[in-house]
Design a binder for this molecule. Structure first.
Ligand code: Z5A
Length: 198
């Protein structure tokens, strides 16, 4: 009997405006050219409940406790892993995901200053132990990413955060890359798009 080879899990990470969505399409095109079956998805989101949670967490008016924000991100992730990511990988399809746990480490752990270890521990308690096989971290100076975003429509609740918040997020992402260099590959996202994609 033919056994199914487990798919690979690829994530895209980085600050707003670094080009995750743009480059996700490039990776998807490359996988298709290679004849690999894959699923494209995102966080928060990726399931009907996850998309509702995304709407709630990004568009809420006024203040939200950092812990509440973390729990909503994590709730979306639990559903996503169980209903979309794990089944796809088990059936041999690759998964290309716009943001995953590293985003909670960076935004809630460092940006909101809830503590990186606390975020990791919460996920362990919930049984989210899945790690990407490859993470493409698109990195560029915070101000440049925000300038790209300024050309877009009105910012969501998190996009309205301070420069200091985003600097903490960027530093945390770079620390993740330093701690797991075989998994997390840093791409200089300030370069022209063709260079980034190459
Ligand atoms: N969040 C969190 O806090 N905790 C978590 O656990 C998770 C998420 C999972 C939603 O994420 C928010 O949720 C996000 C983090 C938080 N909050 N914020 N703020 P998202 O991924 O959906 O939203 P985003 O980060 O704001 O992504 P985005 O707005 O779609 O940006 P992007 O995908 O990185 O960039 P893009 O849309 O591909 O490109 C932006 C523009 O730059 C566009 O006009 C491109 O044509 C242009 N671009 C791209 N690359 C280049 C190059 N190389 N040169 C020139 N111009 C370029």
């Amino acid at each position: 009997m033919k056994s199914t080879v487990r798919g690979r899990f690829i994530t895209l990470e980085g600050l707003e405006g670094v080009g995750k969505t743009t480059n996700r399409q490039c990776v998807a095109d490359w996988l298709a050219e290679c004849g690999i079956e894959f699923v494209v998805t995102r966080e928060p989101g990726g399931t009907p409940l996850g998309e509702s949670l995304r709407q709630l967490v990004l568009s809420a008016e006024g203040q939200m406790q950092g812990e509440t924000e973390l729990l909503l991100m994590a709730a979306s992730r639990v559903e996503h892993v169980a209903r979309v990511i794990e089944p796809a990988l088990a059936s041999g399809r690759w998964v290309l995901c716009d943001r995953f746990l590293d985003a909670s480490i960076a935004y809630q752990g460092a940006g909101r200053q809830l503590g990186v270890e606390r975020v990791a521990e919460l996920h362990r308690l919930m049984g989210v132990t899945l790690e990407p096989d490859l993470t493409l971290l698109l990195d560029m100076p915070v101000a440049d990413g925000l300038a790209r975003m300024a050309q877009r429509g009105s910012p969501d609740r998190i996009e309205r955060e301070t420069l200091a918040f985003f600097e903490r997020v960027r530093e945390a992402y770079l620390r993740c890359a330093g701690a797991a260099p075989e998994r997390v590959k840093v791409v200089d996202a300030a370069q022209p798009l063709e260079t980034v994609q190459a």
